[in-house]
Ligand binder design. Structure first.
Ligand SMILES: O=C(O)CCC(=O)C(=O)O
Ligand SMILES: [Fe+2]
Length: 334
C-alpha cells in the first residue's frame, strides 16, 4: 500500500495563482513542508544528476579528501563529520553519511566557485550542475514571490520583490547544492538507524529530491511522520520537489512560518536490502549581509512569536552570521 502523504502538493502551473498563494502560506504556517510540482525539472535531468552524484561518491577516499569542507560550507564532508542533532541526548559522533557541497554559486550562470575534482569539470557535468542551479534559484524565487504576496509585504519595502531584492544572482550568498550519500550498513545497529539527526535547516528555503525506493525523510509535526516518494502529475517530469522553510524565514516572520524539525531514518526495507540512500538538496540562502529583521508587514507586526534573532550585543544577526554559528556547532568546530 502506498505511504500516506501528510503534505500538500502545490502545482506551480495552476492557473489559479491565488490558490497557490493560499496553499503555500497555509503549508508554511502549519507543517513547514510541502511538495512543489509543475517545476521545470525533467526526470532525465534528475537521473543524470543522481548518476553524477554516485560517480562522485565512488571516487577513491583519498581523492575526495583533497577537497575537505571549508569554513564557507563548500567541499566534501566524510562519514561522521557532521552532527545535525545538537540536543544533549543525541549520539556524540557525527551522522553516518557523506556529502559534497557546491557553493559560492553565481546564479546568472549557475556556476559554483571552488576547488573541485576533475569529474565536476567535465563540460557535460559542469553544464548539468549549472542548469540545475539556475532552475533551483528560479523555482525558489517564484515560490518566495507567492509567499510575499500571501504575507502582504509592504510595497515601499519591495512588496513581492522583497525576497528577490535579497537574492540578487551574482552577489555572494550562502546557497549550497548538496549531494548526499547514506551508505548501507552491514549490521543492524541502533546507533546508525538515524542517518541525519533531528534538525531545522538554517537558510530561507530548502528543496530536496528524494528518490523512488529511497525514502527516509521524516518531519516532526504532531509526532514523526514519513515523507513518501510521490511522482509528478506531468509525464516526463521529475518528482515534485520537497520544499521546507528554514530558520531565516522563521526569524523574518516572528515564527509565523515554521522551520520544522526533520531527520532521516532508514526504512526497514532499506536496512533489509542493504541499500545505500542518496538524496540531493538545495539550501537557498540570501546574500550574506542580509539582516534577519522582521519582514515589513502588518501580519508580522501583529505576531506575538519569537522574532528575529540577535547577536550577544543585541544587534540583528546577518544571514552569514547565523550560518557560521550553525556550521561551527554542527562540524564540531568549537
Ligand atoms: O537527505 C534527506 O532526505 C534530508 C537531508 C537534510 O535534511 C539536510 O541535509 O538538511
Ligand atoms: Fe535538513
Amino acid at each position: 500500500m502506498p505511504e500516506e502523504n501528510p503534505l500538500k502538493v502545490i502545482d506551480l502551473k495552476n492557473p489559479d495563482k491565488q490558490q497557490i498563494v493560499d496553499d503555500l502560506l497555509e503549508a508554511a504556517q502549519t507543517q513547514g513542508f510541502l511538495f512543489i510540482d509543475g517545476h521545470d525539472f525533467s526526470q532525465k535531468e534528475i537521473d543524470e544528476l543522481l548518476g553524477l552524484s554516485k560517480k562522485f561518491f565512488q571516487l577513491p577516499t583519498l581523492e575526495k579528501a583533497k577537497y575537505p569542507i571549508d569554513e564557507t560550507n563548500k567541499g566534501y564532508s566524510c562519514l561522521r563529520s557532521e552532527k545535525l542533532d545538537l540536543s544533549e541526548e543525541a549520539k556524540t559522533s557525527g551522522d553516518p553519511k557523506e556529502a559534497w557541497n557546491f557553493g559560492d554559486i553565481t546564479f546568472e550562470d549557475g556556476k559554483p566557485h571552488q576547488d573541485m575534482p576533475l569529474l565536476f569539470k567535465d563540460p557535460v557535468n559542469e553544464k548539468l550542475v549549472e542548469t540545475v542551479n539556475k532552475k533551483l534559484y528560479h523555482v525558489i524565487l517564484e515560490s518566495l514571490r507567492y509567499l510575499s504576496i500571501g504575507l502582504k509585504i509592504e510595497k515601499a519595502a519591495g512588496g513581492e520583490h522583497w525576497f528577490a531584492n535579497k537574492n540578487r544572482p551574482n552577489e555572494p550568498n550562502g546557497s549550497i547544492l548538496r549531494f548526499l550519500k547514506y551508505p548501507s550498513q552491514d549490521s543492524f545497529d541502533s546507533s546508525t538507524l538515524i542517518r541525519a539527526g533531528a534538525h531545522t535547516d538554517y537558510g530561507t528555503v530548502t528543496a530536496l529530491f528524494q528518490f523512488e525506493g529511497q525514502e527516509g525523510l521524516e518531519i516532526y509535526a504532531n509526532g514523526w511522520k514519513k515523507v513518501p516518494y510521490i511522482s509528478s502529475k506531468y509525464p516526463g517530469s521529475a518528482p515534485p520537489l520537497i520544499v521546507n522553510f528554514g530558520d531565516q524565514l522563521s526569524y523574518w516572520t516572528a515564527g509565523i512560518l515554521k522551520s520544522t524539525i526533520h531527520r532521516v531514518q532508514f526504512p526497514e526495507s532499506s536496512i533489509r536490502d542493504k541499500k545505500d540512500r542518496y538524496s540531493i538538496v538545495f539550501f537557498s540562502h540570501p546574500e550574506h549581509d542580509t539582516l534577519l529583521e522582521p519582514i515589513p508587514s502588518d501580519i508580522i507586526r501583529a505576531a506575538k512569536g519569537r522574532g528575529a534573532n540577535n547577536t550577544a550585543d543585541g544587534d540583528l544577526l546577518t544571514a552569514r552570521q547565523h550560518l557560521d554559528n550553525k556550521l561551527n556547532a554542527t562540524y564540531f568546530r568549537k
